[in-house]
Design a protein around this ligand. Structure first.
Ligand code: NCD
Length: 359
């Protein structure tokens, strides 16, 4: 049987997610019980894209569990610079490490890598697509700081097109009872269609607006994000979008007393520094919860717990399929060997790597 990976949180049941949340809480309160949980194990962190929190929290998580870490954070210092493809790197690292945490700029790269990995692989962000371990961090923070994961009006603000943390969070939170979303962005940076399909399928209400001030008083949670400069085709296009939404003390006067502000970080200018001292600002605590939730995830993946549905279903191979998404891993000529995998849902066909709709 193929080992379990974490490419996406989609197939984890709510009950399984709650067990991970509980384990994160137990590890946070009793870290000494887990300090040898990964004795003798090695994690490889393969970061093809910049990262501070995700990489460092995975590294400290593994070290706090008694394990060791190898890897790179600049692919230009590895054989990638010599033209090595993803498949070869993953196959080779599978022989060195017991678990792999990977971030890569192409959408669908995590799914692609998991085809070849011989050890559990964790998606630490695949381009603008998904970022499931940030969502794990977000739900752990919400559970412990807000006290619930249902009956929430959740505002998401900023770059909803390219923000992978937004996509993963919507996907997970749309499955909890009575949640609704207010999507606050410019028209150009609104959520992609496949994310709207997910909310529709879950029967989860949402509205799209372009003004933070109009929405803030309704919110139980405000999830701020930066404009993802590196995903724009030109600097000019980025300049048009930056600085449109800024959360400041004036806007916070309109918010509920128990609203929780989350942000995956890094912040650029979308939250004024003055908001940091507001008791509703949870984003630095959130980064710390990220380490505990990753410790829980590593423990469970290394145990290969059968009780957890980490797996994704078998795809269909369609030799004639053409993914329309230029940012998909299948568009990278170096990854020409990837099977032409698709899946079907509710009469639509999707790319199995990046989830974009195929006509
Ligand atoms: C996010 C990411 O990399 O997608 N950061 C993170 O992992 N905490 C958000 C971002 O870069 O804006």
């Amino acid at each position: 049987m193929k080992h379990k990976n974490l490419i996406d949180l989609e197939y984890l049941t709510k009950d399984e997610l709650k067990q991970i949340i509980n384990l994160s809480g137990v590890i946070k309160s009793k870290p000494e019980v887990y300090k040898r949980a990964c004795d003798g194990k090695i994690m490889a962190t393969l970061f093809y894209e910049p990262s501070t929190r995700t990489q460092m929290s995975f590294q400290t998580a593994m070290m706090r569990l008694g394990g060791k870490v190898i890897g790179f954070d600049n692919p230009m210092n590895s054989s990638v610079a010599k033209g090595e493809n993803l498949k070869d790197t993953i196959l080779m690292v599978s022989g060195y490490a017991d678990i792999i945490a990977m971030r890569h700029p192409s959408e669908g790269s995590a799914k692609a890598a998991s085809i070849y990995a011989k050890v559990p692989l964790i998606n630490c962000g695949d381009g603008g697509h998904f970022h499931p371990t940030q969502t794990l961090t977000d739900v752990v923070t919400l559970y412990y700081e807000k006290g619930r994961l249902d009956n929430l009006t959740i505002g998401l603000c900023g770059d909803l097109l390219n923000g992978r943390t937004v996509h993963s969070l919507i996907k997970t939170m749309s499955h909890f009872k009575n949640n609704s979303f207010i999507l606050i962005s410019t028209k150009e940076l609104s959520v992609p269609q496949y994310i709207k399909d997910i909310m529709d399928r879950a029967g989860c209400p949402y509205k799209e607006i372009d003004n933070l001030k109009d929405a803030i008083s309704e919110l139980d949670v405000l999830y701020m994000t930066r404009i993802q400069r590196e995903r724009f085709a030109s600097e000019e296009e980025y300049e048009k979008q930056k600085g449109v939404f800024v959360l400041d003390a004036d806007k916070m006067l309109l918010a509920k007393d128990d609203m929780v502000i989350l942000h995956p970080l890094p912040r650029v200018d979308e939250i004024a520094i003055e908001v940091d001292d507001d008791p509703r600002a949870c984003y630095f605590k959130q980064a710390e919860y990220g380490m505990y939730s990753r410790m829980a995830l590593i423990v469970l993946l290394l145990r290969q717990e059968n009780a957890f549905s980490f797996d994704t279903p078998e795809p269909i191979i369609d030799p004639s399929r053409k993914c329309p998404n230029d940012k998909c891993i299948v568009k990278d000529p170096q990854q020409y060997y990837l099977p032409k995998n698709i899946y079907k849902k509710d009469g639509k066909t999707y790319c199995d790597y990046c989830d974009h709709i195929i006509e």
